[in-house]
Design a protein around this ligand. Structure first.
Ligand code: 3HC
Length: 334
């Protein structure tokens, strides 16, 4: 039953793993439901390609959240005050929580989290390009919060209306937390920008380095985005990469003025008739290089993630042993 997991008894052929996939990706019944803005729930029938594309996007999103803990984790021990340290620690923990909700959402589609992590560790699934850049100064914590989390919000608020219910619902809480992250980044930069001339220069340098990579987070331009058309037809994506990128630019330029910082684009100008800020050309060769594994930190990020996973093996073993013991005790008591 679409949008209702507690419908009448399941028809023959439905197993615990959920109903079999619908055949074609353009199944008329399915598309009619999408057009009616209904939500697809885990035990609903869905085209196999829709399921596969959701797993691809949600897994990439989950991987981005946990890899995204690394660049900021780098500064927890060097935050300039106890208050800044506590805030940063909480933010990095939020990212771990986002990964958890998203892996759980992906699992409702019939994949196992360990399988997704294997794919991340072996490079068969991606994570966001943005986390392959280094965090060189404290001001990078501000630039990441303001620009990277700001871009994440613009990209992710429309996903709260995604056609797949568990993904949409996970995004509601994630977006609320991202909004706090964006504010704390803005506040760090505001403090630095209005501090000493050295602090102002540090803030400007961070913005100079993070601006273009933040624009690339939205993905390739629409005419080079193989997944967009189908994802939009299925209500997974509500807006195209370029539409969201433009929305981010329009939102961010006035904020940079409030911060007293410039954006590193001599061609940035206001198109008054359209009411949009226009950037100079974005060098998407850099995005494809980073996605292809050749960014400044790709190798270090994956090596760190693999090592953390291996070091956590004893926790997984202990949890499995506890669950097995609990199951045996429960059997004995029955
Ligand atoms: N980094 C890495 N890979 C990217 C990318 C990026 N910035 N942009 C696009 N790609 C990949 C796509 O995954 C796709 O590869 P695939 O077919 O092998 O999966 C390929 O490049 C072509 O791109 P498309 O535009 O066709 O791909 P999509 O339609 O999936 O659009 C997307 C890409 C806009 C990133 C979309 O997947 C999306 O909105 N995802 C959900 C949000 C997300 O994952 N955000 C990541 C950042 S999370 C974050 O920032 C955490 C926060 O705490 C800061």
């Amino acid at each position: 039953m679409y949008g209702n997991d507690f419908g009448p008894p399941e028809p023959a052929g439905v197993t615990d793993a959920g109903p079999a996939d619908l055949g074609g990706e353009d199944d008329a019944t399915f598309l009619a439901l999408i057009d009616a803005d209904a939500r697809v729930e885990p035990r609903d029938q869905m085209p196999g390609a829709y399921r596969a594309s959701l797993i691809r996007q949600i897994a990439q999103h989950a991987h981005s959240e946990i890899i995204g803990m690394q660049p900021e984790g780098n500064w927890i021990g060097r935050a300039p005050s106890l208050k800044r340290k506590a805030i940063l620690l909480a933010k990095v923990q939020d990212e771990a929580g986002h990964g958890l909700y998203l892996y759980a959402a992906a699992e409702t589609l019939g994949v196992d989290r360990s399988e997704l992590l294997d794919k991340l560790h072996s490079g068969r699934q991606k994570y966001s390009s943005i986390f392959n850049y280094p965090t060189l100064t404290w001001a990078d914590m501000g630039a990441i919060g303001w620009l990277v989390d700001g871009a994440a919000i613009v990209n992710q608020v429309p996903i709260t209306r995604c056609s797949y219910g568990p993904y949409a619902r996970a995004m509601v809480r994630i977006c609320k937390e991202e909004s706090f992250h964006q504010r704390q980044g803005f506040e760090i930069l505001h403090t630095l920008s209005n501090g000493t001339s050295a602090q102002h220069a540090m803030a400007q340098d961070a913005v100079d380095r993070w601006w273009w990579p933040s624009l690339m987070m939205f993905g390739p331009p629409d005419d080079a985005s193989p997944n967009s058309e189908r994802s939009m037809r299925w209500g997974i994506k509500r807006f195209s990469n370029d539409e969201l990128r433009q929305r981010f630019v329009d939102m961010t330029v006035p904020q940079s003025q409030a911060l007293g910082l410039t954006l590193p684009d001599p061609e940035l100008s206001l198109d008054e008739s359209a009411g949009h800020w226009r950037t100079g050309p974005i060098d998407f060769r850099e995005l494809f290089e980073v996605i292809g594994g050749n960014g400044p930190c790709n190798a270090a990020r994956l090596a760190h993630r693999r090592a953390a996973h291996e070091r956590g093996q004893w926790v997984r073993d202990a949890a499995a042993a506890f669950a097995a013991k609990h199951a045996t005790d429960a059997q004995g008591a029955a």
